[in-house]
Design a protein around this ligand. Structure first.
Ligand SMILES: Cc1cc2nc3c(=O)[nH]c(=O)nc-3n(C[C@H](O)[C@H](O)[C@H](O)COP(=O)(O)O)c2cc1C
Length: 365
């Protein structure tokens, strides 16, 4: 019997658990249709908002590589390099909501069996912004979205009431989810920023306020590198740069740890794993730590000749997952989801070479 790639997640059926994350691969109807044709189980649209968007007058994303010969990280083309990360300072979608709505409708009608998740973002702190969340949510759901993902994690907003600036503030998280209660009847995923020390509490607040899942991680707030000879940043406009987001392989381990933290604190809750997935091994690790759904961005964008949507990648991911399930005799990812949870312990619970070590020991005086 062929193993089952179909996955239930937040009450939705995915033909496979691999989803394109909210980013350039999902920025237009054309790309999303191509992604579904290629085999992705779902997409989270590029984040849709209500305020005008004007991106920087220069490249919005760079892909950084490193090599064994000269192992520095740079976007500069060198032979024999491998991918290290993406860095971007791209804002949310510059396509207005009104233009998105017929597109969403057409996408859902063309691919009814694929999951269409609308990523939305508004501000916080007053009723007008709460109404903005409701307006975006209702419009996307009416146009056919199966779920919503609330972007509370964009790392490059100037507005203090948006994106990562919300800084996982539990009151704000509760207020936004509260505002959406009763407004729509679809699962709501919440994408939090990985860059606070209050992440687990924030996830708890979101689940408590009705979130069906947490999506983690968005890119990590970060700066691009400066060249020691030219004093130019790897990406800049008129010599200036600002906080952007690091994605790709470089964030894999940090993303896993954060998914693990949330998954161990709330083992019965859903979590969608994102950050550095390039193939089955990375996806496996997120599932082992409890993720029931996998999102991919940088690796899809990097795939040459795919129009930035990872045509070979989705083929490889599904083939490798199917092979793995078959080889291990598993009927679905549920049979190994979360297997790493119990093996992540306090430092003091790990065996020592002798009894002498006392540093950080939970029971030490
Ligand atoms: C160019 C670019 C644009 C992005 N835009 C958004 C966005 O609009 N909304 C959002 O929630 N995440 C956005 N992201 C973050 C991705 O969805 C994803 O969380 C992140 O890149 C980590 O995944 P990766 O390591 O597979 O790239 C963007 C990422 C990149 C590289």
């Amino acid at each position: 019997m062929k193993p089952e790639l179909t996955t239930q997640f937040t009450g939705l059926e995915f033909v496979n658990p691999f989803v394109l994350a909210s980013a350039p691969p999902t920025e237009s109807k054309r790309k999303i249709l191509k992604a579904f044709e290629a085999g992705w189980g779902g997409v989270v649209t590029k984040t849709i908002g209500l305020h005008p968007v004007e991106n920087v007058a220069g490249p919005k994303t760079i892909f950084q590589r490193t090599s064994e010969q000269k192992p520095y990280v740079s976007r500069n083309k060198r032979p024999d390099t491998v991918s290290h990360s993406s860095w971007n300072w791209e804002l949310i979608s510059d396509q207005p909501l009104e233009q998105w709505l017929p597109d969403l409708e057409e996408i859902k009608t063309t691919y009814p069996d694929r999951m269409l998740i609308g990523s939305i973002m508004a501000g916080a702190g007053n009723e007008e912004e709460m109404e903005n969340w409701r307006k975006l949510a209702r419009a996307c759901v009416d146009a056919g979205c199966d779920a919503l993902e609330l972007n509370m994690s964009c790392p490059h907003m100037d507005r203090k009431d948006m994106g990562a600036h919300i800084a996982n503030d539990e009151d704000i998280i509760r207020s936004i989810l509260g505002a959406l209660k009763g407004a729509v009847d679809v699962p709501i995923w919440v994408k939090l920023t990985p860059s606070t020390s209050t992440l687990v509490d924030a996830a708890g607040a979101a689940y408590d306020a009705g979130a069906a899942s947490i999506s983690l991680c968005n890119t990590f707030p970060s700066l691009p590198l400066m060249d020691p000879e030219t004093f130019k940043f790897e990406v800049e406009v008129d010599g200036l740069v600002t906080s952007g987001g690091l994605g790709g392989l470089a964030i894999l381990h940090q993303a896993l740890q954060r998914v693990s933290d949330i998954s161990r604190a709330y083992p019965d809750k859903a979590i969608s794993g994102i950050g550095g997935i390039k193939g089955f091994r990375e996806a496996f690790n997120f599932i082992a730590h409890g993720a029931g759904n996998l999102q991919v961005c940088t690796a899809a964008m990097e795939e040459k000749g795919s129009g930035g949507i990872g045509v070979n990648l989705i083929n490889e991911l599904t083939t490798d997952l199917a092979d793995y399930l078959e080889r291990k005799g598993y009927s679905s990812i549920e049979e190994f989801r979360g297997i790493a949870r119990e093996r992540i312990v306090e430092h003091s619970q790990v065996r020592r070479k002798s009894d002498a070590y006392n540093g950080g020991y939970a029971k030490s005086a």
